[in-house]
Design a protein around this ligand. Structure first.
Ligand SMILES: Nc1nc(O)c(N)c(N[C@@H]2O[C@H](COP(=O)(O)O)[C@@H](O)[C@H]2O)n1
Length: 385
């Protein structure tokens, strides 16, 4: 079961404000950008909003275009995406239009919040109790289990801040309006705290477009996670490694593997794939590491992404990839697929890495992509849930 792709969507002023302090909501977008937001809602399986935004703005979070709704229905989906509210207290007004419009609604809250909200909301929403506090990992798992593949998050600041800080955001779509709010108490998009990579961690710009007088930019977080927990940025890099595996010259006697090495600030340092550049035995991780100078100081903070677990035993070279990684000073590896017994029974590259103190994060939801170029080498069904 995989978590949804998480898209944070927001509009801000030039000074990063989501609104001003006045009683009326400050309209930052123009008609073209509101239409883009409508299209993004229609393309999503669920739209999520925090309780603070529900109380302040009373949004309906609907797909406004009848054509887009009709298209969703033609595709076998509900006319409106699932609406998800997140609240710690469960203190919500059932008369808010959020609870009385659209198709299905869900409240994700704490155990205490659920006690309060269930009788209040009645049949207006399914209520999910996430424990003593709002546990975002559990929330995303729950949505994944409900079949939500694409989640659009429409605020507010607290929700955006938490999802970005925790490394759960796959993408940020930001509309910047040409105005300056200038009020010290106006709500800002991101609050203080620790973000992946700290102040020097840069995101990647995916694209940018002008809609009326608003500039919309799509960003992807690329700073690797930490320790053995995989973040959205980790999945981004691992997907690239899985795509690289498809480029390997085919083989009946070796796996096709892709690898990418990424520095702590999200900069790609090197990539490689099995049997690249005419070397019939080179491994993906070995090829990528070979492109960097031994002792490169960036390796100590880097993460190696490998579609297959780094090998633990080799016949073709003196050192297996797990050892090359340890010797290079790398402290973190992210991989999609544990090595099957095809060539080396019981190979345990993850164990070699762990014994050397290297943190390993596994992303089984990408195992199928890692297996794809190796289908002919493994039993049917390998890598499929
Ligand atoms: N991690 C990894 N990357 C590659 O590019 C690979 N081809 C493999 N294969 C595994 O490595 C071991 C044998 O290597 P040699 O054939 O001796 O080069 C064995 O465990 C293979 O499954 N692994």
């Amino acid at each position: 079961m995989s978590r949804p792709y998480v898209l944070l969507s927001a509009a801000v002023s030039l000074d990063g404000c989501l609104d001003d302090v006045g009683p009326e909501r400050l309209l930052l977008s123009g008609p073209e950008d509101f239409d883009r937001v409508d299209a993004e809602r229609a393309a999503s399986d669920a739209i999520l909003v925090g309780a603070g935004t529900l109380r302040a703005d009373r949004p309906r979070l609907l797909v406004n275009s009848p054509e887009r709704r009709a298209r969703r229905v033609e595709e076998g989906r509900s006319a409106y995406p699932l609406k998800v509210a997140v609240s710690g207290s469960g203190d919500l007004d059932p008369a808010d239009p959020f609870w009385t419009t659209g198709d299905e609604r869900l409240l994700c809250t704490t155990d205490k919040g659920a006690e309060l909200a269930r009788p209040r909301l009645g049949g207006a929403a399914d209520v999910v109790a996430l424990g003593p506090a709002v546990d975002w990992a559990a929330l995303l798992d729950d949505l994944g289990a409900r079949g939500v593949r694409r989640l659009m998050v429409e605020g507010g600041a607290r929700v955006h801040t938490q999802l970005l800080q925790l490394g759960f955001a796959d993408e940020l779509r930001l509309a910047v309006a040409p105005l300056v709010v200038g009020e010290p108490d106006a709500p800002r998009l991101f609050g203080p705290g620790a973000y992946p990579g700290g102040p020097r961690g840069r995101m990647r710009v995916l694209d940018t477009e002008r809609l009326g007088d608003v500039i919309v930019t799509r960003y992807a977080p690329t700073v690797p996670g930490t320790l053995g927990v995989a973040t959205a940025a980790d999945r981004h890099w691992l997907r690239i490694a899985c795509d690289l595996a498809v480029r390997c010259p085919p083989s009946e006697t070796a796996f096709s593997v892709g690898a990418v090495i990424v520095a702590a600030d999200g900069t790609e340092l090197a990539r490689g794939h099995s049997r690249e550049a005419g070397d019939p035995v080179v491994h993906a991780e070995e090829a990528a590491l070979g492109k960097l100078a031994a002792g490169d100081p960036r390796l100590a903070g880097a993460t190696v992404y490998s579609s297959l677990e780094p090998c633990a035993h080799r016949a073709s070279r003196p050192k297996p990839c797990a050892r090359l990684i340890v010797d290079a000073g790398v402290r973190r590896v992210v991989t999609a697929w544990r090595e099957p017994d095809t060539f080396v029974p019981g190979a345990d590259g993850i164990g070699v890495l762990a014994d050397a103190g290297v943190a390993v994060a596994e992303v089984p939801e990408l195992a199928e992509a890692a297996v794809r170029p190796n289908r002919h080498l493994v039993p049917a069904g390998t890598g499929q849930d």
